[in-house]
Design a protein around this ligand. Structure first.
Ligand code: NAP
Length: 257
């Protein structure tokens, strides 16, 4: 019997095979969890459908995280099909491309609103929908993905850094709100990995190189290493950890000069 046998989870943020959320989904499925994968639009639905064929009968649900209606519908389907929920991986993030290349001081009102809505508010909305589904299980685990750009300045990360700061603060407030129901909320702050989202950040190759040169482990992180941390935080082994941001970045965050 695997450690997650009989557990139900919902995963957002699978765009393709390089997605961090896909790496986490694979590990959770291998451990026996039954999954619902959400996708933003029909075009990517095709991608997700192909990947889903590699798992054991996951639910596939359209869910643009900026749409209250789609979110309600997705959670209603999970309720109908699974009856309950044990964990959520929140891996959705977005900022308009132009906000990730021009000076931060030029951030537009709309760009700010969109980045914060997709990348931070969506965690709050999803947690609100998930809580009643976790109640019959006596609790659950919610994990989101963040980046050190929330605390330090990385060239061109810009408004996404502000969104990640809001996301990490939301992790703590949600942990406080939902802890009495046995629901834990944590974040993984991953080192840079070449994904679709990362390709929108100008100069991303340079960030990868600086991590390789300066992190204590002198290398970049692998998708599977971030996924293992996700599996740990979403599963029962991390039962006393909540309100935490765990850095999986080859130690880069610890360095000064
Ligand atoms: P990714 O594969 O591009 O995943 C990002 C996901 O967010 C995509 O599935 C994307 O779907 C989804 N998304 C964007 N807008 C959405 C919306 N309105 N509704 C629903 N989903 C939406 O890239 P990733 O690097 O794995 O990103 C996953 C998470 O890890 C993000 O929070 C990212 O900030 C974080 N992270 C990444 C790195 C890195 O270096 N790669 C480092 C630290 C943290 P669409 O493609 O359909 O837009």
């Amino acid at each position: 019997m695997s450690v997650l046998d009989g557990r139900f989870g919902l995963i957002t943020g699978v765009a393709n095979r390089r997605s961090i959320a896909w790496a986490v989904a694979q590990q959770l499925a291998r451990d026996g969890a039954r999954l619902a994968l959400t996708y933003q639009g029909e075009r990517l639905g095709e991608n997700v459908r192909e990947l889903a064929a590699e798992l054991d009968g996951p639910l596939l649900l359209p869910m643009d995280v900026t749409s209250d209606a789609q979110m309600s519908e997705a959670f209603a389907t999970v309720q109908r099909e699974f009856g309950a929920l044990d964990f959520i991986l929140h891996g959705a993030a977005f900022a308009p491309r132009e906000e990730l290349s021009r000076p931060f001081v030029e951030t537009s009102r709309d760009g700010f609103r969109i980045a914060l809505d997709v990348s931070a508010y969506s965690l709050i909305a999803m947690a609100r929908h998930a809580a009643p589904l976790m109640a019959p299980r006596g609790g659950g685990s919610i994990v989101t993905l963040t980046y050190l750009g929330s605390e330090r300045v990385f060239t061109n990360y810009n408004v996404m850094g502000v969104a990640k700061a809001a996301l990490e603060a939301s992790v703590r407030y949600l942990a406080a709100d939902l802890g009495p129901q046995g629901i834990r909320v944590n974040a993984i702050s991953a080192g840079p990995i070449r994904t679709l989202a990362a390709s929108g950040i100008s100069g991303f190759s340079n960030i990868l190189q600086v991590y390789r040169e300066r992190s204590p482990l002198r290398r970049n992180v692998e998708l599977d290493e971030v996924a293992s941390a996700g599996r740990f935080l979403l599963g029962p082994e991390s039962s006393a950890i909540t309100g935490e941001v765990i850095l999986v970045d080859a130690g880069f965050h610890a360095m000064g000069i």
